[in-house]
Write a protein that binds this ligand. Structure first.
Ligand code: DC
Length: 225
């Protein structure tokens, strides 16, 4: 792994646990770059769907990976997700659907995809002063990170938060289906062979079930300070 010139903070955890909100706030607080690694897996998932690539055919997936250039854009407004350009095309909204969430989870189990995206993430991290958010940023991507956090919460609380987010965007929500998908994604993300979702031994566990975003932010920044 490349040596970094400044601190790296990692924030991992399952879907809907509040990682993005917290990571964005922590990055803003210290003036760090916010690295949303999930957005990269979503972008690859979107590309494979868009171009009809069979994700069970590893050779096909591998052959298109070099054609994919991903650029992360800072969020337009406070509270927004980061934007994503894929080969120059703005796919920021397209990658945030429940379907792409699930496909991203499936695609992220493929070693060829992880290899490519982990290398990109380390390249971004090499400049230091980064808040990296994902599933394996503390365990695999940046094992030497200066501060590691693992956020967790009950699936019901996480699905409820996602429902709220989708409703705020004016989308209709089937809460029961969302809970099912959250549990299915947890299972896929934590049971895959490579870089599964898990707490790094040296990460601080924060259970966000009964905490507001401000409370989580305060707890984390107090530890960092
Ligand atoms: O954080 P997210 O919901 O945007 O991530 C989408 C999917 O991408 C997630 O279900 C699993 C995968 N992912 C991953 O495997 N490793 C990461 N570091 C980040 C995301």
């Amino acid at each position: 792994m490349a040596e970094t010139v400044g601190p790296i903070i990692t924030i991992d955890g399952p879907a809907g646990v509040g990682k993005s909100t917290i990571s964005r706030k922590v990055a803003a607080r210290y003036g760090y770059t916010y690295l949303d690694t999930g957005a990269m897996y979503r972008a690859v998932a979107w590309y494979l769907v868009q171009y009809g690539i069979d994700i069970d055919n590893i050779a096909d997936v591998e052959s298109v990976l070099d054609d994919i250039t991903i650029t992360l854009l800072p969020a337009k407004n406070e509270g927004d997700d980061v934007g994503v350009l894929l080969n120059g095309e703005n796919i920021s909204a397209q990658i945030r659907t429940p379907d792409i969430s699930m496909i991203a989870s499936t695609v992220s189990a493929l070693p060829v995809v992880r290899e490519k995206l982990t290398a990109m993430q380390r390249q971004i991290g090499a400049q230091g002063c980064v808040v990296a958010e994902g599933r394996d940023t503390g365990t695999v991507v940046f094992p030497e990170a200066s501060n590691k956090f693992y956020l967790d919460a009950k699936p019901e609380a996480r699905a409820g938060r996602r429902a709220l987010q989708l409703r705020e965007r004016g989308e209709s929500v089937d809460e029961e289906k969302l809970l099912e998908m959250t549990i299915a994604r947890d299972k896929q993300d934590s049971e895959r062979e490579i870089a599964p979702l898990k707490k790094a031994d040296d990460a601080v566990l924060v259970d966000t079930t009964d905490l507001s975003a401000d409370q989580v932010f305060k707890a984390i920044t107090e530890l960092i300070d």
